[in-house]
Write a protein that binds this ligand. Structure first.
Ligand SMILES: Nc1nc2c(ncn2[C@@H]2O[C@H](COP(=O)(O)OP(=O)(O)OP(=O)(O)O)[C@@H](O)[C@H]2O)c(=O)[nH]1
Ligand SMILES: [Mg+2]
Length: 396
């Protein structure tokens, strides 16, 4: 197995690089870099410095311009930093050129996400899915990745006569990809049978950006103990529980979180884990309303749902972390009446946007959970009525 876990050591100092494209503002890119720093932290690194450059188009050779590269090199001089992380995807030749110029490992956001996924994968399915995505990501970048592969040894060096090393690697990687696909197809078949056994129950799936509180809500609604923590991608495998609200049973699933620029191959290879989303009857879209970029996060989730052909499903939007939102929004001296008005405006705005399908909670303090339960129950019952008009056993 390609063990890319070695990319980042614990507490490894790293520098971050972002480019401000023509439709972006500097504060926006700083927010992206905040997220990149959080990703780096989740992978075990510590972001010690940021470089930002305004560019119409990234430089095809070195991503950032010559001057910026020089500035970075000067900064690195004499420091014990071995990793540079770019917020955008790098091509194989960009990786090679940057590594040559700076003598550090160059990785990008996709690399980092794949690295985190690889660490977090627990089941055979998740492991195979991540590995597949890693190989697909590497295939077009083999030239730049050569150094990474070289360190790994195993499997490489079985060169045929007259072939170059890279051609051999490509062949090895392609074989790996097709083996992994076969393995996953086999696992899929079993999972499909298992899902079919779940019968007639309405299926509800929690979806949303990473770290918004999906697992925390899952735990509250299902009394299960799903792993939740303040790290990105705490959840990789789907957990499904049978839940009963007032005698009405349904299935509730917690799923992997989405993120801006989720590597396309990862979405592709996680499709079967995301089948739970695609086959759900109702989606609960969880939003972290305390996040400065929460609206963009909603858009990213909707786009990913669209890719999964799941954007048309009945959806309830759960605005979570209201406790944090209030802490950030309300000054101490603000009058209670004014606070109430601000909140009413917020509720109205989103209820208008989502046609009444918005609930505001603080899962951490179990705030408004009864309302959430009631709203979900109402939706589930409606769905049973549509699906089984002549049966009442699910409703009372
Ligand atoms: N302040 C506050 N924190 C919350 C709330 N709900 C969840 N959290 C915290 O947010 C962090 C992420 O929660 P998770 O439930 O793991 O989020 P998730 O959406 O499942 O995240 P991934 O599985 O990583 O995508 C944890 O540290 C939670 O304790 C809330 O209502 N208020
Ligand atoms: Mg989770």
């Amino acid at each position: 197995m390609l063990d890319k876990r070695n990319i980042i050591q614990q507490e490894e100092p790293a520098i971050l690089v972002g480019v401000v494209h023509k439709d972006q503002t500097e504060p926006q890119v700083q927010e992206y870099l905040d997220e990149l720093a959080f990703l780096a932290e989740t992978a075990g690194a510590v972001a010690v410095k940021r470089f930002v450059q305004k560019l119409q188009h990234p430089d095809s050779r070195t991503f950032v311009g010559k001057g910026k590269l020089e500035e970075i090199r000067n900064y690195l001089d004499g420091k014990n930093i071995r990793v540079i992380i770019f917020d955008d995807e790098l091509s194989g030749s960009q990786i090679t050129n940057i590594e040559k110029a700076l003598d550090v490992k160059a990785i990008d956001r996709s690399d980092l996400i794949l690295d985190i996924f690889a660490r977090r994968a627990k089941t055979a399915q998740a492991k195979a899915q991540v590995e597949l995505a890693q190989y697909q990501y590497i295939l077009p970048r083999l030239r730049g990745m050569w150094k990474h592969l070289e360190r790994l040894g195993g499997g490489i060096g079985t060169r045929g006569p007259g072939e170059t090393e890279i051609e051999t690697d490509r062949r090895i990687v392609r074989t790996k990809i097709s083996l992994l696909r076969k393995k996953l197809a086999e696992i899929d078949k079993q999972a499909f049978t298992q899902r079919k056994d779940r019968g007639e129950f309405i299926r509800v799936a929690l979806v949303g950006y990473t770290n918004v509180g999906k697992s925390t809500i899952m735990n509250l609604l299902s009394k299960r103990h799903v792993f939740a923590e303040n790290k990105l991608f705490a959840t990789l495998d789907t957990t499904t529980s049978k839940v009963v609200f007032e005698n009405t049973p349904f299935l509730l699933s917690d799923t992997v979180g989405f993120i801006r620029k989720l590597p396309h191959h990862l979405v592709e290879s996680f499709k079967s884990t995301l089948d739970e989303v695609r086959e759900a009857d109702i989606l609960l879209h969880v939003v972290d309303i305390s996040h400065p970029n929460y609206e963009e996060q909603i858009a990213v989730v909707n786009k990913t749902l669209h890719e999964l052909e799941a954007s048309e499903k009945p959806t309830l939007t759960i605005f979570n972390k209201m406790d944090l939102y209030e802490k950030k929004t309300f000054d101490e001296w603000l009058e209670e009446g004014t606070k109430k008005e601000i909140l009413e405006d917020l509720y109205d705005r989103w209820n208008n946007e989502f046609h009444g399908n918005a609930v505001f909670v603080a899962a951490i303090e179990k705030r408004n959970m009864d309302c959430l339960r009631k709203t979900i129950l109402k939706k589930v019952r409606e769905m049973y009525r549509v699906r089984y008009p002549y049966r009442t056993e699910f409703l009372y």
